[in-house]
Design a protein around this ligand. Sequence first.
Ligand code: DAH
Length: 360
Amino acid sequence: MRVYYVKIHILLEAKIFMKEKINAVLDEALPKINGADSLETLEALRIEFMGKKGKVTELMPELKNVPNEQKREMGIALNALKTQISDALEERKVALSEEAVKREIESMPEVDFSRPVNLKTGSMHPRSIIQKQVEDIFISMGFIIEDGNEVETEYNNFDAVNVPATHPARDAQDTFWLENGQVLKTQTSAAQNRILRTYGPKCKVLFPGRCFRNEALDASHENTFFQIEGVVVDENVSVSNLIYFMKEMLKGVFKKDLNVRLRPGFFPFTEPSFELDATCPFCGGRGCGTCKNSGWLELCPCGMIHPNVLREAGVDPEKYNGFAFGLGFDRLVMIRTGLSDIRYLNSGNIKVLEQFGVRM
Ligand code: DAH
């Protein structure tokens, strides 16, 4: 009987002893933490209480002296102690940081708005500048400007513009396929079907856009490049209408009248198809480095829209016809700016790009 009492007594002692220690640590820690006046002091307190040899950490092994029946209760109390101290440390840290920021702001010198400033600002990308010029010209001729998607369905990118699965033209456009079967659009022509459905059968629409092809890169090939596509559909559209719009566009971009010529081309979406050349704006056709002494610059594939493309977009090819063109816009930008390597256009190289900001 006596042994039994003694045991209870010892057990109670162990529990009370541990509880007291926990309370003592808490009573010591909280006022110190709340009174800490710098982040350094706070860090020292963190080490004092929560560090490897800290007062809280050192209480942990004592848990093993507590009898089994009370381990759970004491374990919870110890965890609560840890949480309370970590929370207090964190709260004080936030408060001290806020005070530090406040002090820094207060100590800042007042801004003198009358002081001269450096007015050097960023510049527009040459692509954006020339695209705006081209768009303005077409807007002045009654065109609507539209956007295309960068991710397109296989149908829009190929089938809807008369490039069925077996067509060799698909191979020529090394396509980035997505896992869901869609593509990164290889050509702005991918928007033709949607645009004709939306605005047809009588419309004039220009749709610039970024295109992607899995190309080996060199000075004239990029895997990410820009085209500007245009379509005009109405009754009795002719090749001379196409030539007129192209000449107006070139006049707007190069600020002078240029002659154009059409050579036969081949594209599945147009019949007949052409390659449109313009007289070299730099030598007036006499021959120079830019036109490789030919006097002509190859500028824009184009043609009369294939009846299959119209039909696929719900436009009756018996009643309406039209032309389309797909300007290789990056090439135009290079000719206009004199940049010799297409890769500069995507490089983000400020030294290259800022040259064009104001001049153009
Ligand atoms: N989509 C063609 C390409 O990327 C370019 C093109 C050619 C577009 C003729 C046209 C066109 O609209 O009529 O190679």
